[in-house]
Design a protein around this ligand. Structure first.
Ligand code: FES
Length: 110
């Protein structure tokens, strides 16, 4: 398979219930990951434009569900299942959903 234009790494890390940091999986990232894969494929973006991958912890746990987008090198945070169509729509246009992009201040907090 050819290299895709973009790779979306969805954190699917899961910590034990009650852990102080929580985890993206606890906030529903596995469902987000699956929906992203399905919708990218359904839009015909999977062969050239984008590949959706599961990732271990991206070290932005308090902002989960987090998605690292490369090679653009930004992070989506607080992603919910309802955000997936908008993310895919922007992916198709080569743009991003600004309201979900983590700011420098949020990245500092981790
Ligand atoms: S658990 Fe997802 S960023 Fe750490």
């Amino acid at each position: 398979m050819p290299q895709r234009e973009r790779y979306l790494f969805v954190c699917t890390n899961r910590r034990a219930p009650g852990h102080e940091k929580g985890s993206c999986a606890e906030r529903g990232s596995e469902v987000v990951h699956q929906a992203l894969k399905e919708q990218v494929k359904a839009r015909g973006l999977g062969k050239v434009e984008a590949r959706v991958c599961a990732s271990s912890c991206l070290d932005q746990c308090t902002s989960g569900v987090t998605i690292l987008v490369e090679p653009d090198h930004f992070l989506y945070g607080h992603v919910m299942l309802a955000d997936v169509p908008e993310i895919v729509e922007n992916l198709a246009c080569g743009s991003r959903v600004e309201r979900l992009v983590l700011t420098a201040a949020e990245l500092e907090k981790g």
